[in-house]
Design a protein around this ligand. Sequence first.
Ligand code: MG
Ligand code: MG
Length: 265
Amino acid sequence: MGSSASKIVIKSPREVELMRAAGRLVYEVLCAIEARVRPGVTTAELDEIAEQMIRDTGAVALFKGVENPQARFPFPASICSSVNEEVVHGIPSDQRLVEGDIVSIDCGVRLNGYCGDAARTIAVGRVDRNALALMDTTREALEIAIREIRPHIRWSKIARQMQKYIESRGFGVVREFVGHGIGREMHEEPKIPNYVERSKPEADFELVPGMTLAIEPMVTAGKPGVKFRDADGWSVITKDRSLAAHFEHDVAVTETGATVLSDGS
Ligand code: MG
Ligand code: MG
C-alpha cells in the first residue's frame, strides 16, 4: 500500500500556467459575483452570473451534476452559495440575501483540461463585528498557509499554525471537510486538513515543488461541529447554527515558496 503522498501528481511549469488560467477564470467569476452581492439579490441570480461567464469562456462548471451518497439529487448549480450558518455546498435558490447576511461563494471550473477551485465569504451590506472578525480570521488563516508554504516543510506544521490562529481568535475549525490536491481533476491527492490530525499521522505529507493544492479553511463562529441540513443532503450547516466562513485558493509549491493561481495574477 502506498501512502497518499505517493499518489500526488506533480505538475510541470506548463501545467501550472494552465491551472493559473483556470484559476483566473474562477477569480473573475468570484469578483463579478462579489460586485453584485447586495440586499435583495437572490443566490440564483449570482449563479446565473457564474453560469454565463463559464459558458462564454468555453469552460466547464465542475460542481454541476456532482453526485454524493447523502444527496437526493445531483448538485444543480455552477456555484455553491452558503448563507450564514451554512458552511459549504449551499444550493443557489430564490432566497433573497438580506442586510447583515454573509454568503460564501465557491466556484470550480475546468478550462483546457485543468481545474480551478476557489471560494470567498462576502458581506451583504453592513454586517456585525462578529461576522467581520470571522471573515477576517478565515481569510488570514488562508494567508498564513500561503506565506508558510515552502519546499520540504510538512503540511501538519502549516495546519497547526492555521488552527492555532483560528482558535486563538475564539473560532472553530471544521474537521469534516478539508482542502485537496487539484490539477486535471478537481479533487486529487492529498487531503489537506486545516487542523492537526493526530489520529492520522500517515496522512501528513511533505511539500514538493510542482504540487498544486486547493487550500480552504472553513471556520465557525461557535463550536466546530457541522451536519447536513436534512432537506436536500447537500447544504452543510453548523450544528449550533453559528455563522461560518470559507476562503479557498489554488496554490502551486515553487522552489522558493508558493504562487497563488486563483488571485487574478
Ligand atoms: Mg471550492
Ligand atoms: Mg475545493
